[in-house]
Design a protein around this ligand. Structure first.
Ligand code: CA
Length: 243
């Protein structure tokens, strides 16, 4: 399966620094978006540290001989390791106290797409002109929506939208969202931070993906549209097309 990918991040129009990080490696088949949080630029430290740890843990263990189950376990362990590394760094350096990050990882192995995810960044799949969110949001609002405590309109307008139920580096035990997704030729995957989904509705994202076949074009248009809609947060998008 040949992968073609492009990633881009932008600080946005209101923030002074960019706490999002991303990683794109078509050869490894590894794609990551992380959205950091914490004062004194600690969010940037957390999101980039999460990506570095995951990449370092995964790279030596990715070979074609491994089963999907083995690779899925390796991936989960890498996320847990990132969690411990960030927690420890925050304990040892008071400037980084309380830092954490979302982490959304897509890894291709044996014609399958493996997802490991914590937080409210998202993975979407664009297939047959239909956009589907494949990751669960680990946010208070999403949980209340799932339980029927609030409705969709309440969720969209709530001022609690940024409250996360878990994050890498903050939660002692992580309930990692894991999925193995059969990948088809023509599938496009979008990994993004909430700076994109907070500014653009799914219909707007669909319209851009429908009008742009190439990952770079689609990615740049998504970022441009999020900025045009207000750019209130750091915004990151990674597009991956399987051929
Ligand atoms: Ca964010």
């Amino acid at each position: 399966m040949k992968l073609s990918a492009y990633g881009k991040t932008d600080t946005g129009l209101l923030r002074s620094n960019n706490e999002d990080s991303f990683f794109v490696d078509e050869q490894l088949g590894l794609f990551i978006v992380a959205d950091g949080m914490g004062g004194h630029a600690a969010g940037e430290v957390a999101s980039s540290m999460a990506i570095d740890v995951v990449r370092e843990r995964l790279e030596p263990l990715l070979d074609d001989q491994r089963s999907v189950e083995e690779v899925s376990l390796v991936l989960t362990n890498a996320v847990s390791h990132a969690n411990r590394s960030i927690t420890q760094a925050a304990t040892e350096n008071s400037r980084w106290a309380g830092m954490g990050t979302t982490l959304t990882i897509l890894l291709f192995h044996s014609e399958q797409a493996l997802l490991a995810h914590v937080g409210d960044s998202r993975l979407y799949r664009w297939r047959n002109a239909t956009l589907e969110q494949l990751s669960d949001d680990h946010s208070l609002i999403a949980e209340q929506l799932r339980r029927g405590i609030i409705n969709k309109l309440d969720a969209e307008t709530s001022n609690l939208r940024n409250v996360l139920l878990q994050a890498v580096g903050i939660s002692e035990e992580l309930d990692i969202c894991r999925k193995v997704l059969p990948s088809e030729s023509g599938d496009t995957f979008l990994l993004c931070s909430d700076g994109l989904t907070g500014m653009l509705a799914d219909q707007q994202i669909s319209a851009i993906l429908g009008n742009n076949d190439l990952p770079q074009q689609a990615c740049e248009q998504l970022i441009t549209a999020a900025l045009a809609a207000g750019g209130k947060d750091n915004v990151t998008a990674v597009l991956v097309t399987a051929q």
